[in-house]
Ligand binder design. Structure first.
Ligand SMILES: Cc1cc2nc3c(=O)[nH]c(=O)nc-3n(C[C@H](O)[C@H](O)[C@H](O)COP(=O)(O)O)c2cc1C
Length: 149
């Protein structure tokens, strides 16, 4: 069976979460977790581990056990919100250990503007994330959210 993990990068219970809740897989709400900024120490380059002890430690094995990693995120200035960027930065140990290699990365992007602007979030934030981990970037799904949440 394909194991899917659904990561919500939205700081609130809004459109992104409602889309992810319709999908199969384990839903992770970053807004409920304590994930500190990467400090750039690069200890992980040698140890393949992060020295920061917070909720990210429980996410590392979850990511490694998944076949498909869905990243659901609102469009914030054609990038991802800070809480999701912190999560991405903290996967640095796994880029050195190559533990996420070959997994599928599926973007789900939600924003107010036309779809072409939503695709820029993948370009600006997720293409490099996928490349750095040797993950396979899937086509993704893009939503224009014209409703108020
Ligand atoms: C700080 C901020 C920046 C935003 N920038 C954009 C943007 O550049 N383009 C866009 O289409 N929507 C932008 N939006 C709108 C959100 O992407 C949109 O409301 C989204 O549906 C919110 O998702 P959520 O309901 O999961 O929080 C922005 C919203 C905020 C709060």
């Amino acid at each position: 069976m394909v194991k899917t993990i659904l990561i919500s990068g939205s700081p609130r219970n809004g459109k992104t979460e409602s889309i992810l809740k319709e999908m199969d897989g384990e839903l992770i709400l970053l807004r409920n977790l304590k994930i500190k900024h990467c400090t750039g120490c690069l200890t992980c380059e040698k140890t393949h581990k992060c020295v920061i002890q917070d909720d990210m430690q429980a996410l590392y094995p979850k990511l490694e056990n998944a076949d498909v990693i869905v990243i659901g995120t609102p469009n914030y200035f054609e990038n991802v919100p800070g809480i999701l960027k912190d999560f991405i930065d903290r996967t640095c140990p796994q880029s050195f250990s190559e533990k996420l290699k070959g997994k599928k990365l599926m973007p789900i992007i939600v924003g107010e503007m036309a779809i072409e602007f939503q695709k820029r979030v993948t370009k600006n934030a997720l293409e490099c994330f996928a490349r750095a981990h040797n993950m396979i970037l899937e086509e993704g799904k893009y939503f224009q959210n014209t409703l108020d949440f």
